[in-house]
Design a binder for this molecule. Structure first.
Ligand code: KG4
Ligand code: ZN
Length: 336
């Protein structure tokens, strides 16, 4: 079975072709237009998707060496995300599938990040989690601990009540004057810094929920005070600041993971989403897992950020269930 996956929820236009669980192509057009604004500008994102979508799909089909008439279904991100961006992918999927006379499959972006763990990219065999497992999904828009009972049944055990972990990275980076997106910049700097150089309060919410907005505020006030004494403070302490803020975010994330594992008794833990590229988070989870006897599933770097292969694999599972969408389907911007 050949499935075309389409992802357009934020600032990456992506198309992928899967043969069952196997990736034949996974093409991503990133949008540089947002960089000078220090964040994604929704209106510009929709326009760029509109320009990119046709060429990206053409390249994906070409790389997969298949003709569009060989496709069995088109899977697309229905939400959550930026509505104008989602509309481009959704409208494209509907009309393309209608023209070909094949079904469409609506995919939830967050579930897709998780199901990426079942992809086969031909490089190594079969180390997939088994149901049920836990997944820490950490991206620019979301932070959740999910109990994954099957490809279609996922229970959110805890989530952020304000900023996402990726936003915490991006906002801290912005305060330090680093370019957008700031997560990878903090990650790079942190490698040569001391994570215990500065301490910031790690807020603790009840249950398995998170809150990251307090960290941003305390980081802002801390730097404001230090800059009054020394206007070169950030420049002189860049690496230590990055390492310390990263350390705090990781500590907050993993405290709740540990608690979720204790509460559910499920000892398989997966990472997903853009922030799962963070090298400090990967190492800290591996260390904690080794100490506690958990089994970890950490995605390859190229599959951590938004891509259409994850939409394709989520579509594959729905295809098996016969779970197709109607032509009247509309996108949703917020998690459901
Ligand atoms: O999943 P994603 O590509 O898009 C969303 O669905 O949000 O995640 C993007 C987020 C951004 O906040 C970015 O700064 C963060 O992932 N990110 C990282 C790293 N690479 C990407 N954060 C920390 N360390 C990284 N290495
Ligand atoms: Zn994402």
């Amino acid at each position: 079975m050949y499935i075309l996956g389409i992802e357009s929820s934020c600032d990456d236009t992506s198309a992928a072709v899967l043969q069952d669980t196997r990736i034949l192509s996974n093409v991503i057009a990133s949008q540089d237009v947002h960089q000078k604004f220090g964040g994604v500008v929704p209106e510009l994102a929709s326009r760029a998707h509109q320009q990119n979508i046709i060429p990206v799909v053409e390249v994906a089909l070409h790389k997969a060496k298949i003709e569009k008439k060989q496709l069995d279904a088109v899977a697309f991100t229905r939400g959550p995300g930026l509505l104008g961006s989602l509309l481009v992918g959704t409208s494209f999927a509907k009309s393309f599938a209608l023209g070909l006379g094949i079904p469409i499959i609506e995919v939830d972006h967050l579930q897709a990040h998780i199901l990426m763990h079942f992809i086969d990219d031909g490089t190594e065999g079969g180390h997939h989690p088994e149901f049920p497992f836990l997944c820490l999904t950490v991206s620019g828009g979301h932070t959740q601990i999910v109990q994954v009972n099957s490809a279609s049944e996922m229970v959110v055990l805890g989530k952020t009540i304000d900023d996402a972990a990726g936003e915490a990275f991006d906002k801290a980076a912005k305060i330090m004057g680093l370019p957008y997106p700031g997560g990878p910049e903090i990650d790079k700097l942190a490698k040569s810094g001391n994570p215990l150089a500065f301490s910031f309060p790690a807020s603790s919410m009840k249950g398995l929920d998170y809150s990251f907005s307090g960290l941003k505020t305390s980081f802002l006030y801390f730097l404001r005070d230090r800059l009054k004494e020394d206007d070169q403070f950030i420049e002189k302490h860049k690496a230590d600041l990055a390492a310390s803020v990263q350390h705090t975010i990781i500590k907050m994330l993993l405290n709740k993971v540990k608690r979720a594992i204790t509460e559910t008794g499920i000892r398989q833990i997966a990472l997903a989403g853009g922030v799962s590229a963070n090298s400090g988070l990967r190492l800290a989870l591996l260390k904690m897992a080794a100490e506690n006897g958990w089994e970890t599933f950490i995605p390859k770097f190229q599959y951590t950020t938004d891509n259409a292969a994850m939409i394709g694999i989520a579509g594959y599972f729905k295809y098996l269930e016969g779970d197709f969408a109607g032509q009247d389907v509309v996108p949703y911007s917020k998690s459901r």
